[in-house]
Design a protein around this ligand. Structure first.
Ligand code: PEP
Ligand code: MN
Length: 263
C-alpha cells in the first residue's frame, strides 16, 4: 500500500488543514517534553511569531533511564492541545501504548510513533485503526526496509495518513548523538509515495550544526524538518543539551528562509 509501485502521485498528509508533502516544506517545532503551562505558553507565542503551524511536545517520554522524567501523560496532552488551539497550530505528540491511542486522539492532531516503538506492532495496528495522521519515526537500528514495513502495518489497517521521519541511526560515530542517514530521504521518496520529514534535533544532538543539516535534509527532498525548541533549554526536564532556545531558533528559521529552503 505504501509502495511507490502503487502510485506515482505523492501522498499529501493533511494535519488539521496543514499539508505535509504538498511541496511546501514544514517546520515542526516545540519542546522535547510538555512541562508546565508557563513553558508551553512561552513556546506557543514564540512558535506562532515564527510562523510555525505544527507544534510538537512529548507527554509520554520513552526515557533510557526509569529515573528520568517520564512525561506528564494525559494532562500534558491537554496542555498541548490548549496551547495549539490558542496559537492556531496543529499538535503532534508521541504515544507509546496501544491502550492510550483512543484517549490521545481527543487531544492530538497527529500521533507520533517514536523510534523505540517503530516495531511495536500492536501500537502500529492501533494507530492504523484510527484515521488520525501518524508521524512514524525510524527505529534506532532499523533498516529503511523495516521502516517501510512498519508504515505498511499502519496502512494495512486502513490508515494511510502516514508521514515517515528519518531521525538518525546508531553507528560507531560519537561526534553526533545518532548518524543522520541523509540518503534515506531520497530512497524513501523513491520507494514509497509518503511524505518524509527529518528530525535534526535527535539525529545530530548538536545545536551547532542544526542549520546546515536542516538545509541538507531539505535539499535532498525532505518535506520538512523537526526541531526541539524550549524557552530555557538548560533547565529542560529532557534533552536539555540539544534543544534550541528562542534566539537560536529564530536564527535557524532566518537561515532557512534566507536560503529559500522554506517560505
Ligand atoms: C521525540 O521526538 O520526542 C523522540 C523521543 O524522538 P525519537 O523517538 O526519535 O528518539
Ligand atoms: Mn527530545
Amino acid at each position: 500500500l505504501v509502495s511507490r509501485m502503487r502510485t506515482q502521485v505523492d501522498t499529501v498528509v493533511t494535519v488539521k488543514g496543514v499539508e505535509i508533502g504538498g511541496g511546501k516544506p514544514v517546520v515542526v517545532a516545540g519542546p522535547c517534553s510538555v512541562e508546565t503551562p508557563e513553558q508551553m505558553e512561552k513556546v506557543g507565542a514564540e512558535l506562532q511569531s515564527q510562523g510555525i503551524v505544527i507544534m510538537r511536545g512529548g507527554a509520554f517520554k520513552p526515557r533510557t533511564s526509569p529515573y528520568d522524567f517520564q512525561g506528564l501523560g494525559e494532562p500534558g496532552l491537554r496542555m498541548l492541545k490548549q496551547i495549539g488551539q490558542k496559537y492556531g497550530m496543529a499538535v503532534v505528540s508521541e504515544i507509546v501504548s496501544p491502550s492510550d491511542v483512543e484517549m490521545a486522539i481527543q487531544y492530538v492532531d497527529m500521533i507520533q510513533v517514536g523510534a523505540r516503538n517503530m516495531q511495536n506492532f500492536e501500537l502500529l495496528k492501533a494507530v492504523g485503526s484510527t484515521r488520525v495522521p501518524v508521524l512514524l519515526k525510524r527505529g534506532l537500528s532499523a533498516t529503511i526496509e523495516e521502516l517501510i514495513y512498519a508504515a505498511e502495518y499502519i496502512a494495512s489497517r486502513g490508515n494511510e495518513k502516514i508521514v515517515l521521519c528519518e531521525r538518525g541511526i546508531r553507528t560507531y560515530e560519537k561526534a553526533t548523538r545518532n548518524t543522520l542517514d541523509i540518503s534515506a530521504v531520497p530512497i524513501l521518496k523513491q520507494e514509497t509515495h509518503l511524505p518524509v520529514l527529518v528530525d535534526v534535533t535527535h539525529s545530530t544532538g548538536r545545536k551547532d550544526i542544526m542549520t546546515p543539516v536542516a538545509k541538507a535534509a531539505l535539499a535532498v527532498g525532505a518535506d520538512g524538518v523537526m526541531v526541539e525548541v524550549h524557552p530555557e533549554p538548560t533547565v529542560a526536564l529532557s534533552d536539555a543539551k540539544q534543544q534550541m532556545n528562542f534566539a537560536e531558533f529564530e536564527a535557524f528559521m532566518a537561515a532557512l528562509r534566507e536560503g529559500r529552503m522554506i517560505p
